[in-house]
Design a protein around this ligand. Sequence first.
Ligand code: UGA
Length: 456
Amino acid sequence: MKLCVVGTGYVGLVGAAIFSDWGNQVVGVDIDAEKIERIKKGEMPIYEPGLSDLVVKNISANRLSFTTSLVDGMKEAEAVFICVGTPQSETGDADLSAVWEVAKQIGENLFGYKVIVLKSTVPVGTNEKIKNVIRENMKMSAEFDVVSNPEFLREGYSVEDMQNPDRTVVGSDSEKALGIMRRLYEHLGKPIVECDFRSSEMIKYASNAFLASKISFINEMAQICEKSGADITVVAKGMGLDSRIGPKFLNAGIGYGGSCFPKDVAALYKTSSDQAYDFKLLRGVMEVNESQKEHFVNKIVRYFDGALSGKTFGVLGLAFKNNTDDIRDSVGVEIVKMLRGLGAYQKVFDPQAMYNAKKVLGEVSIKYCLDKYEAIEGTDALIILTEWQEFSTLDLDKVRMSLKNQVIFDGRILLDRKKVESAGFTYFTIGKKTSGTELLDRRPAGTPGVILRNGN
Ligand code: UGA
């Protein structure tokens, strides 16, 4: 099949690479000329395991090419995929300006018959509106159908997820267009959910909101575990073995972040409010997520008696999760800002996100280090904020020699509590009574415990 993919972000670039790897002829389009030049040379604008090899392989096989011209890109395509960003607007709903712009240009340049496929995450009703935008901008007689085809790719694993999806969702009112989608996806041998536009759009929001709810649920359970002496890791394991619950997305931590969950949960909440429905559960999910990072910061503040000024922390992890260089809505970055707002100096390290983090955090009270041990050297405490595998294998003897205070705050339950405590550290994590929480419990009432929002 001949395909055009508009937008070369996480969804578009991975989509274009994999569609071409399946044997299709694919043109990727982006208005950013510098980005397109870099991709043509095999330099990926994002860190995504396995992506670079796929792009290079398929460019060499002449199945994949890139251009800044939408007209050229869509000329021969049977299907045009819209994969542009839909960031959160100030009112909480999705900003669809990039989607409308691409739809307008597609309309202006449409001829023959094409399927226009919307992969970007969009509120219910958008696919119907896209049809109108395309039709209103058509300059010659042409035929087209619209398909809603949301993506379920996790950053850091998107190559793997796209090659082996749990399901594919396609929403359309055209049997012809659904037939084309079947041709594209059915070789995967995975379920294809065929439905109307609105249900397809809602499946995407419902899926992300449900996963976010699972995380907020386990984070609230973690609070109860800490107080009652149960261990959240064991509780999550025991729950997850029930096939009705499943083990995934039950890792307690500092809360969910990234470019998807926070914006999609907020957008679904906004959609329901707009329909005069108060989605109470979702409101709770967002509130818990906000308070989770404060709960973690509070442990640090309380341990140091509210006096962070003059303290230096070794911070490991800035990306919103492991296996990515993405720091959009990263809870780790938020926590670094909060600690800086409270007067702390921080030495930070992340295996992939240093460049992106520096652009957002700047240099005030922050030193960017070359590796994890440099970040820890000479600091008052070690703080872990991202679940990178390489942080779980820290050499504890080296850490002990590097730290001024033998204290670790582990926001991702990455370290083995028993090993850390028997190596002599005061250990704080999420959802467990540890040497750290016991120490705070023994302190007299009235010890400062400052909660600050929006530190900078
Ligand atoms: C998420 C969904 O998982 C994808 O299915 C979806 O396609 C994507 O959003 C999207 O809408 O584009 P992603 O944002 O890449 O993918 O990241 P996740 O792996 O879902 O993690 C999101 C956040 O939740 C991260 O901050 C992560 O650290 C946190 N998390 C995840 C937890 O705190 N606990 C968990 O058990 C799992």
